[in-house]
Ligand binder design. Structure first.
Ligand code: BGC
Length: 571
C-alpha cells in the first residue's frame, strides 16, 4: 500500500481520528484473561478496516494495578502480564505498516508506591536526598500523628499517607493526589525532570508518535505550608483561574512542557502531546500551544447534555480558542473514565421530562473523582436506561463530532454501540474510586469490560475458549454487540462507524466551520468542500434541504431528518 500523505505529514495529528485502547480489555492473545500487546497486533486489520488514523494506548507498563495501570512501577518496560518490549516493537511495526500512528500514555504526576525511587525514598528516611523526589512532610499533632493539612485525595480519603520509618516508628507523610499507592512526584527536582525526558526519548526511539499526558495540569506544585489554609485542594474554583492553586494548573507547569517540546522536535516527524488538563479553555490553550504539547483534550461536549444550544456554544468557543492559538481541538464522548455515551444519553433522567423541564441528573450520575471530570454512575444507582434513545443520540452526536474540525477521540467498544455494564458485582470491581468511596460511586469498571469479538465462546472471542475467563466478567448480552455479528448486519453500529470514518477521511479539509442558520433543536454547519452536517436534537422530524445525502445516523432517511439524528449532505 502506498504511504498516504496524511500519514507522512508532520501535522497528521491535527484532524486525526484516534482510537483509545485500554490494553487489558481489548484482546487477549495468550488466554490468561488479560488483554495484551500481541492481542492488539492481531487486531491491526480490524483497526485498519475501522478507518482510524492513530491509536492511543492506555498504560501498559509494569504496575500493581491499583489504578488500572495509572500506577506505574517502571516507566521504561512492559508489564510481563501483557507482553514484552519485543511485543511492543512488533505492535508498533504492525500499526505503522497499516499507516496507523501510536500515541502512548505517560503518567508524570505520580508513580506507584512500588517504583524503585519511592521504595528507596521510604528506606532512606527523613531528610534524605531520595525523599526530595517526592512530597514528604512532617505531620501535625503531638507526635506527628495527624496529616500535614486537611487536603483530600481524588479517590476519597486524605491526600497524605504516613510511612513507617527505617527504625520501625511511624514517621513522615507523603502527598498523593489520587490513591495512597500513587505518590506524587516533586517536579522541582532535576532527577524527576531528567528521568521523564529519558522516558520520552526511550519510547520515541521505539517508534511512539506521541504522548497522551495524564493529569497534565497537576505536575507543578507549591507545597509551602502557607497554602494549608486551603481546606481542600479538590475545590479548584477559588484559585484555579490565575495559575496560583498549590496543585492545580500552576504557571510553572509550562516550563516542563516547553522542555518536552524541545525533545519532541528532535524527531522527524516531531512527536506530539495531548494534555489531559482539567482547566478552562483559555488555560488549556497554553498546554496546546506549538511551544508545548500541541493539543489538550476538550471535555466539554462529553459533559454537555444532548442539547443544540449547549453543543453550539461549546463548539463555537473551542473553535475560536483553537484558531487563536494555532492548536487543533480534540473532541471526545467516551473514554476509560466515564460512563459510555450510549448509556449516558439513555439515562431517562438525562432526557427532558414530558413538560419540557430538564430533570436533575445528579440523582443518577456523580461527578467523578476530580472536579468536572465526566460522569460516573452513583453507588447503588438503579439507573433506568432508554437504550433506543441513548443509541440514537449517541450515533447522532458521533456523526456531528466526526464532521467537526480537529481530532476525534473514540474509545474501544463505542464503535459497537457497547453500553456501560452497570451491574458488575462488587467482588469483581477493580477501580480504586469504588473501594475508597463506595457510598457515592460504583467506579469506572463498567466501561472497561473486555470487548466481545464473537457472539459465541467463553469470552466472546476476547481470549482463548480454553483459557482463563476475562479479568472483568462480560454479561451474556454482550453477544448481541459482537464484532462478527455486526460485520454481517447492514446498518449495524460498527458499519455506521466504518462508513462515517471512511467518508470523514475523504472529505477532510481545512479546519474551518461555517454555521447555517441553526435554530431551535437543529444545528447545521458546513466544512470546506460543500460538506454539510445537520443534527436534530429534538424528537420531532424536520424537513431536510434538497441535496445529496451522504450518510445518516439513522436508517431510511430521505427528505426528513428524524428526531435524535444527524446527516451529512452535499447541498
Ligand atoms: C486517568 C485515570 C486515572 C487518573 C490517575 C486520569 O486522569 O485517565 O484513569 O485514574 O488519571 O492517574
Amino acid at each position: 500500500m502506498p504511504t498516504s500523505s496524511s500519514f507522512l505529514s508532520p501535522d497528521w495529528w491535527r484532524q486525526a481520528a484516534v482510537y483509545q485502547i485500554y490494553p487489558r480489555s481489548f484482546a487477549d492473545a495468550n488466554g490468561d484473561g488479560i488483554g495484551d500487546l500481541a492481542g492488539i497486533t492481531s487486531r491491526v486489520p480490524y483497526l485498519e478496516q475501522l478507518g482510524i488514523d492513530a491509536v492511543w494506548l492506555s498504560p501498559f507498563y509494569p504496575s500493581h494495578l491499583t489504578d488500572g495501570g495509572y500506577d506505574v512501577d517502571d516507566y521504561r518496560d512492559v508489564d510481563p502480564r501483557i507482553g514484552t518490549l519485543g511485543d511492543f516493537d512488533e505492535m508498533v511495526g504492525a500499526l505503522h505498516e497499516a499507516q496507523i500512528k501510536i500515541i502512548i500514555d505517560i503518567v508524570p504526576n505520580h508513580c506507584s508506591n512500588h517504583h524503585e525511587w519511592f521504595t528507596a525514598a521510604v528506606a532512606a528516611g527523613p531528610g534524605s536526598p531520595e525523599r526530595e523526589r517526592f512530597h514528604f512532610r512532617e505531620g501535625k499533632g503531638l507526635s506527628g500523628e495527624l496529616p500535614p493539612n486537611s487536603w483530600g485525595a481524588a479517590f476519597g480519603g486524605p491526600a497524605w499517607t504516613r510511612v513507617q520509618e527505617p527504625d520501625g516508628t511511624m514517621g513522615q507523610w507523603y502527598f498523593h493526589m489520587f490513591s495512597p499507592e500513587q505518590p506524587d512526584w516533586n517536579w522541582d527536582h532535576l532527577d524527576v525532570q531528567n528521568d521523564f525526558l529519558e522516558t520520552l526519548r526511550f519510547w520515541s526511539d521505539r517508534g511512539a508518535d506521541g504522548f497522551r499526558v495524564d493529569v497534565a495540569h497537576g505536575c507543578a506544585k507549591n507545597m509551602d505550608p502557607a497554602y494549608d489554609v486551603i481546606r481542600d485542594i479538590r475545590d479548584i474554583t477559588p484559585l484555579c483561574l490565575d495559575g496560583q492553586h498549590p496543585t492545580h494548573d500552576r504557571d510553572e507547569i509550562h516550563a516542563i512542557y516547553r522542555q518536552w517540546r524541545t525533545l519532541f522536535n528532535q524527531y522527524n516527524p516531531p512527536r506530539i502531546g495531548v494534555a489531559e488538563a482539567w482547566v478552562p479553555p483559555h488555560r488549556a490553550a497554553l498546554y496546546a500551544s506549538k511551544e508545548e504539547l500541541g493539543q489538550a483534550f476538550s471535555f466539554e461536549l462529553l459533559k454537555a447534555d444532548f442539547n443544540a444550544h449547549q453543543f453550539r456554544s461549546i463548539i463555537e468557543k473551542n473553535v475560536r480558542e483553537a484558531a487563536g492559538h494555532d492548536s487543533s481541538i480534540t473532541w471526545v464522548f467516551s473514554n476509560h473514565d466515564v460512563v459510555r455515551h450510549v448509556t449516558r444519553y439513555g439515562l431517562t433522567a438525562h432526557q427532558d421530562s414530558e413538560d419540557g423541564q430538564h430533570i436533575d441528573v445528579s440523582r443518577l450520575l456523580e461527578n467523578s473523582p476530580y472536579d468536572g471530570h465526566g460522569w460516573l454512575l452513583r453507588g447503588g444507582s438503579n439507573a433506568e436506561v432508554d437504550s433506543d434513545s441513548g443509541t440514537r443520540r449517541a450515533r447522532a452526536a458521533t456523526l456531528l463530532m466526526l464532521a467537526l474540525p480537529g481530532s476525534a477521540y473514540l474509545y474501544q467498544g463505542e464503535e459497537l454501540g457497547l453500553p456501560e455494564v452497570g451491574d458488575l458485582p462488587d467482588e469483581v470491581r477493580q477501580d480504586p474510586a469504588f473501594f475508597r468511596d463506595r457510598e457515592n460511586t460504583i467506579g469506572r469498571d463498567g466501561c472497561r469490560v473486555p470487548l466481545p469479538w464473537t457472539a459465541t465462546g467463553t469470552s466472546f472471542g476476547f481470549g482463548d475458549d480454553d483459557g482463563e475467563l476475562p479479568h472483568l466478567p462480560q454479561p451474556a448480552w454482550f453477544a448481541s454487540y459482537a464484532v462478527d455479528t455486526q460485520e454481517q448486519t447492514i446498518g449495524s453500529h460498527l458499519q455506521f462507524y466504518r462508513n462515517a470514518l471512511a467518508l470523514r477521511r475523504e472529505f477532510q479539509a481545512a479546519e474551518e466551520l461555517t454555521w447555517h442558520g441553526s435554530e431551535g433543536d437543529v444545528l447545521h454547519f458546513s466544512r470546506p468542500g460543500n460538506w454539510h452536517c445537520l443534527t436534530n436534537f429534538g424528537k420531532e422530524a424536520v424537513p431536510l434541504p434538497a441535496g445529496e445525502l451522504l450518510i445518516g445516523s439513522a436508517g431510511g432517511i430521505t427528505d426528513e431528518l428524524p428526531g435524535e439524528a444527524s446527516v451529512w449532505m452535499k447541498l
